[in-house]
Design a binder for this molecule. Structure first.
Ligand SMILES: [Zn+2]
Length: 366
């Protein structure tokens, strides 16, 4: 397992520090409490007519968009941005503080809050619904992190950001509300400038009314899902914080001006769909005991130990689908010694480690 200094572990105490350091404390109050009685904070910005509700870290281990929110609102308040004259914004930085503390997707009752929009069995889900009902936003933004397995389209380009205008029914119909969300995403997408090593994806729109995005769409409130993705050179996800920040700023700039009058949805539909076929490392030309073997794939899994995130490499030998590596390593350049690939994960990794510096891959930029 490997670790390096990064900011992906964002427990409530770290969020509190960010709020204070970025002078957001005066805008912030307690919305309610989590299962383990941790405060769930909400900030209110602006006094305009057009109302936006955003929430992040409903999955506790997805902190990238939270960091983007802090950066954005710290800047908008510091500059006294005119956007805040036209908008009223409510932001829940961390809907799932217990999961954020334990670096878990789930809440303290092991419930996925994004499957609890209808049952509302959890205090966190109830708080989001009640804020939605009282505030009556005109637009919602649902913020997440996606795994590094997602490519933009049938390519090996990682989806650094993925967008979705969620469905509100099983047949994935497009009504005026969904069209509004699609047009907004299309307009944001046109202004993002992808680099040569990443692209933008469109998230799966299968309908699930238990997801908050789908539910809010069914309540006639345009909602967009934004997923922060992964640059293979940036396991700390610092680069994508900036891209999410820019996307949100574009959103606010457009939304402050009014509805998406140009409700052309073709740009949205032209965004390549997410494909889940990427793996962190593809190692080719490993000589195995039986002779040459084509390749193996390695995916890093994140584990919280103490106060740090560790990355645990796991080998995927065979899968029914074709996989692509975000980074490809020609192992024959390192050694021609055979490696016994029939051993368990840990033993193979130990062998590969004699030749490859996994730590260096993780640290590349972050
Ligand atoms: Zn998520």
């Amino acid at each position: 397992m490997y670790t390096f200094k990064n900011k992906r572990y964002l427990p409530p105490a770290a969020l509190d520090n960010l709020i204070v350091q970025n002078n957001l404390y005066d805008y912030t109050s307690t919305l309610g409490y989590s299962v383990e009685n941790r405060p769930i904070l909400v900030s209110s910005f602006g006094s305009g007519k057009r109302k936006v509700l955003l929430w992040s870290q409903m999955h506790g281990n997805e902190s990238t968009t939270t960091r983007a929110l802090i950066k954005l609102f710290s800047e908008l308040t510091l500059k006294k941005s005119s956007l805040l004259d036209n908008l009223s914004i409510k932001v829940i930085y961390q809907l799932n503080p217990d999961g954020s503390n334990s670096y878990s997707r789930l809440n303290a009752n092991d419930i996925d809050l994004n499957r609890d929009a209808i049952r509302r069995s959890q205090p966190e889900s109830k708080l989001l619904i009640s804020l939605f009902n009282v505030f009556k936003p005109h637009f919602c933004i649902n913020l997440h992190d996606q795994r590094s397995i997602y490519a933009a389209g049938n390519t090996n380009l990682p989806a650094l950001i993925s967008f979705l205008a969620p469905s509100f029914d099983k047949s994935k119909s497009i009504n005026e509300v969904r069209m509004n969300a699609m047009a907004m995403i299309g307009n944001i997408y046109k202004k993002i400038k992808p680099e040569k090593n990443w692209s933008i994806g469109r998230y799966n729109d299968d309908f699930n009314i238990n997801c908050f995005g789908d539910f809010f769409m069914s309540q006639n409130t345009p909602t967009i899902l934004i997923e922060a993705g992964h640059d293979p050179n940036d396991f700390g996800r610092n680069l994508v914080v900036d891209e999410i920040y820019k996307s949100l700023l574009i959103f606010f700039t457009l939304f402050a001006k009014g509805n998406q009058t140009n409700s052309n949805i073709n740009t949205y539909l032209s965004i390549p769909k997410n494909h889940d076929h990427l793996r962190d490392i593809e190692i080719t030309k490993i000589r195995c005991l039986e002779g040459f073997r084509n390749k193996i794939f390695i995916q890093f899994y994140e584990i919280l130990k103490g106060n740090e995130i560790y990355f645990f490499p796991k080998i995927e030998k065979k899968t029914p689908k074709t996989l692509y590596g975000s980074r490809i390593i020609d192992f024959s350049k390192y050694t021609n010694k055979p490696i016994d690939l029939n051993q368990n994960n840990q033993k193979i990794i130990e062998k590969l480690k004699l030749f490859l510096n996994f730590e260096l891959f993780l640290r590349r930029i972050s």
